[in-house]
Design a protein around this ligand. Structure first.
Ligand SMILES: [Ca+2]
Length: 464
Protein backbone atom coordinates (compact mmCIF):
# COMPACT_ATOMS: atom_id res chain seq x y z
CA UNK A 1 0.00 0.00 0.00
CA UNK A 2 1.19 3.47 -0.88
CA UNK A 3 2.20 5.02 2.41
CA UNK A 4 1.24 8.44 1.13
CA UNK A 5 -2.40 7.47 0.95
CA UNK A 6 -4.35 9.20 3.68
CA UNK A 7 -7.18 7.41 5.40
CA UNK A 8 -9.79 8.87 3.09
CA UNK A 9 -7.87 7.80 0.00
CA UNK A 10 -7.39 4.39 1.53
CA UNK A 11 -11.06 3.98 2.31
CA UNK A 12 -11.95 5.13 -1.18
CA UNK A 13 -9.46 2.87 -2.88
CA UNK A 14 -10.65 -0.02 -0.79
CA UNK A 15 -14.26 0.88 -1.55
CA UNK A 16 -14.88 1.08 2.15
CA UNK A 17 -15.78 4.75 2.68
CA UNK A 18 -18.87 4.93 4.85
CA UNK A 19 -20.60 7.17 2.32
CA UNK A 20 -19.55 4.91 -0.55
CA UNK A 21 -20.96 1.95 1.29
CA UNK A 22 -24.16 3.76 2.06
CA UNK A 23 -23.91 2.05 5.42
CA UNK A 24 -22.81 4.63 7.89
CA UNK A 25 -20.58 3.95 10.83
CA UNK A 26 -19.45 0.53 9.75
CA UNK A 27 -15.80 0.96 10.55
CA UNK A 28 -15.37 1.79 14.21
CA UNK A 29 -11.63 2.10 14.76
CA UNK A 30 -12.08 0.56 18.17
CA UNK A 31 -12.60 -2.61 16.19
CA UNK A 32 -15.20 -3.96 18.57
CA UNK A 33 -18.57 -3.00 19.91
CA UNK A 34 -20.47 0.14 19.16
CA UNK A 35 -18.77 3.23 17.75
CA UNK A 36 -17.85 5.78 20.43
CA UNK A 37 -19.77 8.93 21.32
CA UNK A 38 -18.12 12.34 21.44
CA UNK A 39 -18.81 15.17 23.85
CA UNK A 40 -16.92 18.42 23.30
CA UNK A 41 -17.28 21.08 25.99
CA UNK A 42 -15.80 24.27 24.56
CA UNK A 43 -15.67 27.25 26.92
CA UNK A 44 -15.50 30.85 25.76
CA UNK A 45 -12.50 32.89 26.96
CA UNK A 46 -11.67 30.65 29.90
CA UNK A 47 -8.09 31.10 31.17
CA UNK A 48 -5.59 28.26 31.39
CA UNK A 49 -5.55 28.39 35.21
CA UNK A 50 -9.29 28.70 35.77
CA UNK A 51 -9.82 25.09 36.84
CA UNK A 52 -7.99 22.66 39.02
CA UNK A 53 -5.69 20.87 38.35
CA UNK A 54 -4.38 23.41 35.81
CA UNK A 55 -4.47 26.21 38.37
CA UNK A 56 -5.47 26.86 41.94
CA UNK A 57 -8.46 29.18 41.61
CA UNK A 58 -10.17 30.60 44.69
CA UNK A 59 -13.35 28.61 43.95
CA UNK A 60 -13.95 24.83 43.86
CA UNK A 61 -14.10 22.93 40.54
CA UNK A 62 -14.62 19.32 41.69
CA UNK A 63 -16.25 18.04 38.50
CA UNK A 64 -13.45 19.20 36.22
CA UNK A 65 -10.95 17.75 38.68
CA UNK A 66 -12.78 14.43 38.56
CA UNK A 67 -12.68 14.47 34.77
CA UNK A 68 -8.91 15.06 34.97
CA UNK A 69 -8.48 12.18 37.41
CA UNK A 70 -10.38 9.90 35.02
CA UNK A 71 -8.58 11.02 31.86
CA UNK A 72 -5.56 12.85 30.52
CA UNK A 73 -4.60 16.44 31.07
CA UNK A 74 -3.03 17.95 27.94
CA UNK A 75 -0.77 20.81 28.97
CA UNK A 76 0.23 21.85 25.44
CA UNK A 77 -3.06 22.09 23.60
CA UNK A 78 -3.24 24.96 21.11
CA UNK A 79 -5.85 26.80 19.12
CA UNK A 80 -4.57 28.39 15.88
CA UNK A 81 -6.12 31.78 16.65
CA UNK A 82 -7.11 33.13 20.06
CA UNK A 83 -10.41 34.69 18.95
CA UNK A 84 -13.92 33.21 18.93
CA UNK A 85 -15.02 32.66 15.30
CA UNK A 86 -11.56 31.73 14.06
CA UNK A 87 -11.04 29.22 16.88
CA UNK A 88 -14.50 27.65 16.53
CA UNK A 89 -14.25 27.22 12.79
CA UNK A 90 -10.81 25.61 13.18
CA UNK A 91 -12.22 23.14 15.70
CA UNK A 92 -15.27 22.25 13.61
CA UNK A 93 -13.60 22.19 10.18
CA UNK A 94 -10.13 20.84 11.02
CA UNK A 95 -8.72 23.72 8.94
CA UNK A 96 -6.46 26.62 9.83
CA UNK A 97 -7.94 30.13 9.65
CA UNK A 98 -5.61 30.86 6.72
CA UNK A 99 -7.44 28.19 4.72
CA UNK A 100 -11.05 29.02 5.64
CA UNK A 101 -10.47 32.79 5.95
CA UNK A 102 -12.55 32.79 9.11
CA UNK A 103 -10.69 35.36 11.19
CA UNK A 104 -11.50 37.17 14.42
CA UNK A 105 -14.99 37.41 15.89
CA UNK A 106 -17.76 37.77 13.34
CA UNK A 107 -20.51 40.37 13.81
CA UNK A 108 -24.23 39.48 13.78
CA UNK A 109 -25.48 38.37 10.37
CA UNK A 110 -22.07 37.26 9.08
CA UNK A 111 -21.84 34.39 6.61
CA UNK A 112 -19.15 32.66 8.67
CA UNK A 113 -17.57 29.40 7.62
CA UNK A 114 -18.10 28.74 3.92
CA UNK A 115 -20.19 25.57 3.51
CA UNK A 116 -17.54 24.23 1.15
CA UNK A 117 -15.65 23.33 4.34
CA UNK A 118 -17.35 20.38 6.02
CA UNK A 119 -18.01 20.54 9.75
CA UNK A 120 -17.47 17.84 12.34
CA UNK A 121 -21.26 17.52 12.48
CA UNK A 122 -21.46 16.74 8.77
CA UNK A 123 -18.56 14.31 8.98
CA UNK A 124 -20.18 12.35 11.80
CA UNK A 125 -23.68 12.44 10.32
CA UNK A 126 -22.24 10.70 7.28
CA UNK A 127 -20.94 8.15 9.77
CA UNK A 128 -24.45 7.53 11.15
CA UNK A 129 -24.24 9.76 14.21
CA UNK A 130 -26.91 11.92 15.83
CA UNK A 131 -25.47 15.38 16.32
CA UNK A 132 -26.27 18.35 18.55
CA UNK A 133 -24.87 21.75 19.43
CA UNK A 134 -26.11 23.57 22.52
CA UNK A 135 -24.35 26.90 23.10
CA UNK A 136 -22.65 29.66 21.16
CA UNK A 137 -22.19 28.87 17.46
CA UNK A 138 -20.38 31.92 16.00
CA UNK A 139 -19.31 30.44 12.68
CA UNK A 140 -22.19 31.70 10.58
CA UNK A 141 -25.46 33.55 11.01
CA UNK A 142 -27.16 32.94 7.66
CA UNK A 143 -29.69 30.24 6.74
CA UNK A 144 -27.02 28.12 5.05
CA UNK A 145 -24.43 28.56 7.78
CA UNK A 146 -26.41 28.06 11.00
CA UNK A 147 -26.28 24.70 12.81
CA UNK A 148 -29.26 22.97 11.10
CA UNK A 149 -27.59 23.55 7.71
CA UNK A 150 -24.16 22.51 8.98
CA UNK A 151 -24.69 18.95 10.14
CA UNK A 152 -26.38 19.39 13.51
CA UNK A 153 -29.69 17.56 14.02
CA UNK A 154 -30.48 19.52 17.15
CA UNK A 155 -29.36 22.94 18.28
CA UNK A 156 -30.06 25.77 20.66
CA UNK A 157 -28.28 28.90 21.76
CA UNK A 158 -26.74 32.11 20.45
CA UNK A 159 -25.38 32.67 16.95
CA UNK A 160 -22.63 34.95 18.29
CA UNK A 161 -21.14 36.36 21.49
CA UNK A 162 -23.39 37.26 24.40
CA UNK A 163 -21.91 40.79 24.51
CA UNK A 164 -23.08 41.57 20.97
CA UNK A 165 -26.22 43.24 22.26
CA UNK A 166 -27.58 46.61 23.30
CA UNK A 167 -25.55 46.66 26.52
CA UNK A 168 -22.14 46.21 24.86
CA UNK A 169 -19.72 48.13 27.10
CA UNK A 170 -17.87 49.84 24.25
CA UNK A 171 -20.17 49.83 21.23
CA UNK A 172 -23.82 49.64 22.32
CA UNK A 173 -25.06 51.67 19.36
CA UNK A 174 -23.73 49.30 16.71
CA UNK A 175 -24.90 46.15 18.46
CA UNK A 176 -28.33 47.47 19.44
CA UNK A 177 -29.24 47.24 15.74
CA UNK A 178 -29.28 43.47 16.11
CA UNK A 179 -31.47 41.94 18.79
CA UNK A 180 -29.61 39.05 20.40
CA UNK A 181 -31.76 36.02 19.52
CA UNK A 182 -31.88 32.69 21.31
CA UNK A 183 -32.35 30.00 18.69
CA UNK A 184 -33.71 26.51 18.89
CA UNK A 185 -33.54 24.10 15.96
CA UNK A 186 -33.30 26.82 13.33
CA UNK A 187 -36.04 29.02 14.75
CA UNK A 188 -35.84 32.11 16.95
CA UNK A 189 -37.14 31.04 20.35
CA UNK A 190 -36.41 34.29 22.23
CA UNK A 191 -36.56 37.41 20.08
CA UNK A 192 -34.48 39.59 22.38
CA UNK A 193 -32.25 38.04 25.01
CA UNK A 194 -32.30 40.24 28.12
CA UNK A 195 -30.54 40.41 31.46
CA UNK A 196 -33.23 38.06 32.72
CA UNK A 197 -32.32 35.40 30.12
CA UNK A 198 -28.52 35.57 30.25
CA UNK A 199 -28.28 34.00 33.74
CA UNK A 200 -30.06 30.92 32.36
CA UNK A 201 -27.75 30.21 29.41
CA UNK A 202 -25.46 27.75 31.18
CA UNK A 203 -28.43 25.94 32.70
CA UNK A 204 -30.36 25.75 29.42
CA UNK A 205 -27.40 24.38 27.47
CA UNK A 206 -26.83 21.83 30.22
CA UNK A 207 -30.46 20.70 30.33
CA UNK A 208 -30.48 20.21 26.56
CA UNK A 209 -27.21 18.28 26.74
CA UNK A 210 -28.42 15.96 29.50
CA UNK A 211 -31.70 15.31 27.67
CA UNK A 212 -29.91 14.68 24.37
CA UNK A 213 -27.64 12.07 25.99
CA UNK A 214 -30.61 10.26 27.56
CA UNK A 215 -32.48 10.14 24.24
CA UNK A 216 -29.46 8.87 22.30
CA UNK A 217 -28.03 6.19 24.54
CA UNK A 218 -28.62 3.47 21.97
CA UNK A 219 -27.08 5.22 18.97
CA UNK A 220 -23.75 6.99 18.50
CA UNK A 221 -23.77 10.75 18.98
CA UNK A 222 -21.75 13.94 18.82
CA UNK A 223 -22.65 16.45 21.51
CA UNK A 224 -20.96 19.85 21.14
CA UNK A 225 -21.45 22.22 24.08
CA UNK A 226 -19.81 25.59 23.33
CA UNK A 227 -20.70 27.43 26.54
CA UNK A 228 -21.36 31.17 26.23
CA UNK A 229 -19.65 31.72 29.56
CA UNK A 230 -17.23 32.92 30.86
CA UNK A 231 -17.31 35.43 27.97
CA UNK A 232 -18.44 38.82 29.27
CA UNK A 233 -21.01 39.96 30.25
CA UNK A 234 -20.89 37.43 33.07
CA UNK A 235 -24.13 35.93 34.31
CA UNK A 236 -24.98 32.97 36.52
CA UNK A 237 -28.26 31.55 37.68
CA UNK A 238 -29.71 32.01 41.16
CA UNK A 239 -28.33 28.65 42.22
CA UNK A 240 -24.75 29.96 41.97
CA UNK A 241 -25.26 33.58 42.97
CA UNK A 242 -22.60 34.52 45.56
CA UNK A 243 -21.76 30.84 46.03
CA UNK A 244 -18.04 31.02 45.28
CA UNK A 245 -16.96 33.78 47.61
CA UNK A 246 -14.73 34.75 44.69
CA UNK A 247 -16.94 37.24 42.89
CA UNK A 248 -19.09 36.82 39.81
CA UNK A 249 -16.29 35.14 37.86
CA UNK A 250 -15.95 32.48 40.56
CA UNK A 251 -19.73 31.90 40.56
CA UNK A 252 -19.74 31.55 36.76
CA UNK A 253 -16.92 29.02 36.85
CA UNK A 254 -18.65 27.03 39.58
CA UNK A 255 -21.74 26.88 37.39
CA UNK A 256 -19.70 25.67 34.40
CA UNK A 257 -18.13 23.05 36.66
CA UNK A 258 -21.64 22.03 37.74
CA UNK A 259 -22.57 21.71 34.06
CA UNK A 260 -19.58 19.42 33.46
CA UNK A 261 -20.76 17.30 36.38
CA UNK A 262 -24.35 17.09 35.06
CA UNK A 263 -23.11 15.97 31.64
CA UNK A 264 -20.80 13.37 33.25
CA UNK A 265 -23.67 12.07 35.41
CA UNK A 266 -25.92 11.83 32.39
CA UNK A 267 -23.34 9.81 30.46
CA UNK A 268 -23.06 7.46 33.42
CA UNK A 269 -26.78 7.02 33.97
CA UNK A 270 -27.29 6.44 30.23
CA UNK A 271 -24.70 3.64 30.47
CA UNK A 272 -22.48 5.17 27.77
CA UNK A 273 -19.65 6.58 29.89
CA UNK A 274 -17.24 3.82 28.83
CA UNK A 275 -17.69 4.41 25.15
CA UNK A 276 -17.63 8.20 25.16
CA UNK A 277 -14.69 10.48 24.50
CA UNK A 278 -15.17 13.70 26.48
CA UNK A 279 -13.08 16.73 25.52
CA UNK A 280 -13.04 19.81 27.76
CA UNK A 281 -11.21 22.98 26.68
CA UNK A 282 -11.57 26.67 25.79
CA UNK A 283 -11.70 28.53 22.46
CA UNK A 284 -8.96 30.94 23.63
CA UNK A 285 -7.34 32.45 26.69
CA UNK A 286 -8.81 35.05 29.05
CA UNK A 287 -10.01 38.49 27.98
CA UNK A 288 -7.82 40.24 30.52
CA UNK A 289 -9.13 43.68 29.60
CA UNK A 290 -12.08 42.79 31.86
CA UNK A 291 -9.95 42.43 34.99
CA UNK A 292 -11.98 40.81 37.74
CA UNK A 293 -14.42 39.51 35.09
CA UNK A 294 -11.68 37.59 33.28
CA UNK A 295 -9.87 34.33 33.90
CA UNK A 296 -6.19 33.75 34.48
CA UNK A 297 -3.30 32.33 32.52
CA UNK A 298 0.31 31.85 33.60
CA UNK A 299 1.46 32.44 30.00
CA UNK A 300 2.40 35.61 28.16
CA UNK A 301 -0.36 38.01 27.05
CA UNK A 302 -3.91 36.64 26.57
CA UNK A 303 -6.93 36.44 24.23
CA UNK A 304 -6.50 38.15 20.89
CA UNK A 305 -2.75 37.57 20.63
CA UNK A 306 -0.47 34.86 19.25
CA UNK A 307 1.31 34.40 22.56
CA UNK A 308 0.55 31.32 24.64
CA UNK A 309 -1.70 33.30 27.00
CA UNK A 310 -4.08 33.46 24.04
CA UNK A 311 -3.53 30.26 22.09
CA UNK A 312 -2.76 27.65 24.76
CA UNK A 313 -5.89 26.24 26.38
CA UNK A 314 -6.21 23.88 29.31
CA UNK A 315 -7.51 20.62 27.79
CA UNK A 316 -8.82 17.40 29.29
CA UNK A 317 -9.84 14.24 27.50
CA UNK A 318 -11.53 11.25 29.07
CA UNK A 319 -12.19 7.95 27.33
CA UNK A 320 -12.27 5.13 29.91
CA UNK A 321 -10.01 2.24 29.00
CA UNK A 322 -8.57 4.05 26.00
CA UNK A 323 -6.95 7.09 27.62
CA UNK A 324 -5.09 6.40 30.86
CA UNK A 325 -6.84 7.76 33.95
CA UNK A 326 -4.98 10.51 35.77
CA UNK A 327 -2.33 10.90 33.08
CA UNK A 328 -0.59 14.09 31.95
CA UNK A 329 0.69 14.81 28.45
CA UNK A 330 3.08 17.55 27.43
CA UNK A 331 2.83 16.71 23.75
CA UNK A 332 1.78 19.58 21.52
CA UNK A 333 -1.52 19.22 19.73
CA UNK A 334 -3.98 21.57 18.13
CA UNK A 335 -7.74 21.92 17.93
CA UNK A 336 -7.65 21.27 14.15
CA UNK A 337 -6.54 17.69 14.93
CA UNK A 338 -9.77 16.79 16.70
CA UNK A 339 -11.89 16.43 13.55
CA UNK A 340 -9.67 13.83 11.83
CA UNK A 341 -9.02 12.05 15.15
CA UNK A 342 -12.73 11.80 15.88
CA UNK A 343 -13.49 10.74 12.31
CA UNK A 344 -10.90 7.97 12.72
CA UNK A 345 -12.47 6.74 15.97
CA UNK A 346 -15.96 6.88 14.44
CA UNK A 347 -14.92 5.16 11.25
CA UNK A 348 -16.33 8.13 9.34
CA UNK A 349 -14.89 9.39 6.08
CA UNK A 350 -12.91 12.64 6.16
CA UNK A 351 -14.31 15.71 4.40
CA UNK A 352 -13.88 15.94 0.63
CA UNK A 353 -12.23 19.35 1.06
CA UNK A 354 -8.57 19.47 2.13
CA UNK A 355 -8.04 19.83 5.88
CA UNK A 356 -5.03 20.71 8.00
CA UNK A 357 -5.59 18.58 11.11
CA UNK A 358 -4.15 15.08 11.43
CA UNK A 359 -5.38 11.99 13.22
CA UNK A 360 -3.48 12.12 16.52
CA UNK A 361 -5.17 9.20 18.21
CA UNK A 362 -1.87 7.38 18.87
CA UNK A 363 -0.44 10.47 20.53
CA UNK A 364 -3.64 11.26 22.45
CA UNK A 365 -4.04 7.69 23.67
CA UNK A 366 -0.44 7.70 24.86
CA UNK A 367 0.83 4.99 22.51
CA UNK A 368 4.52 4.41 23.07
CA UNK A 369 6.68 5.97 20.37
CA UNK A 370 3.84 7.99 18.84
CA UNK A 371 5.08 11.15 17.17
CA UNK A 372 3.21 14.23 16.11
CA UNK A 373 3.20 14.15 12.29
CA UNK A 374 2.96 17.96 12.03
CA UNK A 375 6.23 19.71 11.26
CA UNK A 376 4.65 22.88 12.61
CA UNK A 377 1.49 24.58 13.78
CA UNK A 378 0.83 28.13 12.55
CA UNK A 379 -0.73 30.87 14.67
CA UNK A 380 -2.40 34.10 13.63
CA UNK A 381 -4.45 36.98 15.03
CA UNK A 382 -7.24 38.31 12.86
CA UNK A 383 -5.98 38.18 9.25
CA UNK A 384 -2.35 38.52 10.37
CA UNK A 385 -0.19 35.42 10.23
CA UNK A 386 2.26 35.68 13.10
CA UNK A 387 4.43 32.59 13.30
CA UNK A 388 4.78 28.86 13.91
CA UNK A 389 5.33 26.35 16.71
CA UNK A 390 7.31 23.19 15.96
CA UNK A 391 5.12 20.07 15.89
CA UNK A 392 6.88 18.71 18.97
CA UNK A 393 5.99 21.93 20.83
CA UNK A 394 9.61 22.71 21.69
CA UNK A 395 10.20 25.82 19.59
CA UNK A 396 8.11 28.85 18.76
CA UNK A 397 9.01 31.41 16.11
CA UNK A 398 7.31 34.80 16.00
CA UNK A 399 7.60 36.68 12.73
CA UNK A 400 7.82 40.42 13.39
CA UNK A 401 4.30 41.53 14.30
CA UNK A 402 2.30 43.91 16.40
CA UNK A 403 0.11 42.78 19.25
CA UNK A 404 -2.14 44.29 21.86
CA UNK A 405 -0.98 44.41 25.45
CA UNK A 406 -2.88 45.49 28.52
CA UNK A 407 -2.33 48.94 29.97
CA UNK A 408 -5.09 48.95 32.52
CA UNK A 409 -7.75 46.37 33.28
CA UNK A 410 -11.39 47.32 33.67
CA UNK A 411 -13.54 46.25 36.60
CA UNK A 412 -16.99 44.80 37.19
CA UNK A 413 -17.85 44.46 33.50
CA UNK A 414 -16.14 47.56 32.15
CA UNK A 415 -13.43 47.10 29.51
CA UNK A 416 -9.87 48.26 30.20
CA UNK A 417 -7.26 49.75 27.90
CA UNK A 418 -4.78 48.16 25.54
CA UNK A 419 -1.87 49.62 23.63
CA UNK A 420 -0.14 48.23 20.56
CA UNK A 421 3.30 46.72 21.07
CA UNK A 422 5.62 44.99 18.61
CA UNK A 423 7.83 41.92 18.65
CA UNK A 424 10.80 41.41 16.35
CA UNK A 425 11.66 38.10 14.73
CA UNK A 426 12.00 35.89 17.82
CA UNK A 427 12.64 32.27 18.68
CA UNK A 428 11.54 30.91 22.05
CA UNK A 429 12.51 27.61 23.63
CA UNK A 430 9.09 26.62 24.97
CA UNK A 431 10.49 23.88 27.19
CA UNK A 432 12.92 26.12 29.03
CA UNK A 433 11.06 29.36 28.55
CA UNK A 434 7.30 28.72 28.22
CA UNK A 435 6.58 32.34 29.15
CA UNK A 436 8.22 33.58 25.90
CA UNK A 437 10.62 35.97 27.64
CA UNK A 438 14.01 35.37 25.97
CA UNK A 439 14.70 35.47 22.26
CA UNK A 440 17.28 32.73 21.54
CA UNK A 441 17.48 33.24 17.80
CA UNK A 442 21.21 34.04 18.01
CA UNK A 443 21.87 30.82 19.90
CA UNK A 444 19.89 28.48 17.64
CA UNK A 445 20.11 29.96 14.13
CA UNK A 446 19.51 26.62 12.41
CA UNK A 447 16.30 26.00 14.39
CA UNK A 448 15.14 29.50 13.55
CA UNK A 449 15.93 28.96 9.87
CA UNK A 450 13.93 25.71 9.82
CA UNK A 451 10.90 27.33 11.46
CA UNK A 452 11.20 30.37 9.22
CA UNK A 453 11.04 28.02 6.26
CA UNK A 454 7.79 26.53 7.59
CA UNK A 455 6.41 30.02 8.16
CA UNK A 456 7.27 31.09 4.63
CA UNK A 457 5.66 27.93 3.26
CA UNK A 458 2.46 28.59 5.22
CA UNK A 459 2.45 32.24 4.20
CA UNK A 460 2.84 31.36 0.52
CA UNK A 461 0.05 28.82 0.71
CA UNK A 462 -2.54 30.85 2.62
CA UNK A 463 -1.61 34.50 2.90
CA UNK A 464 -0.30 35.57 -0.50
CA1 LIG B 1 -13.64 33.36 22.82
Amino acid sequence: MNVNLNRRDFLRSAGLGAAALGMPGMLPAAGKGKPPNFVIIFLDDSGYSDFRPFGQPAYPTPNVERLASQGCRFNNFYVPQAVCSASRSALLSGCYPGRTKVFGAHPPGARGLDPKFATMGEVLKTGGYRTAVFGKWHIGDQPDTRPPARGFDESCGLMYSNDMWEFHPENPKAYSKFPLHFWENGKVKIERVTKEHQPMLTTWYTEHAVDFIQRNKSNPFLLYVPQSMPHVPLFRSEKFKDKSGAGVYGDVMMEIDWSVGEIAKSLKSAGVEDRTLVVFTSDNGPWISYGNHAGKTPYREAKGTGFDGGTRSACLMRYPGRIKAGSVSKRALCSVDLLPTIAHLAGAALPKNPIDGRNLWDLISGKRGAVNPHEFYPFCTGPNFEGVISGDGRWKLHLPHEYRTLVEAGRDGAAGKYRQAAIELSLFDMEKDPLETTNVIGKFPEVAARLKGYAEQHKREFYS
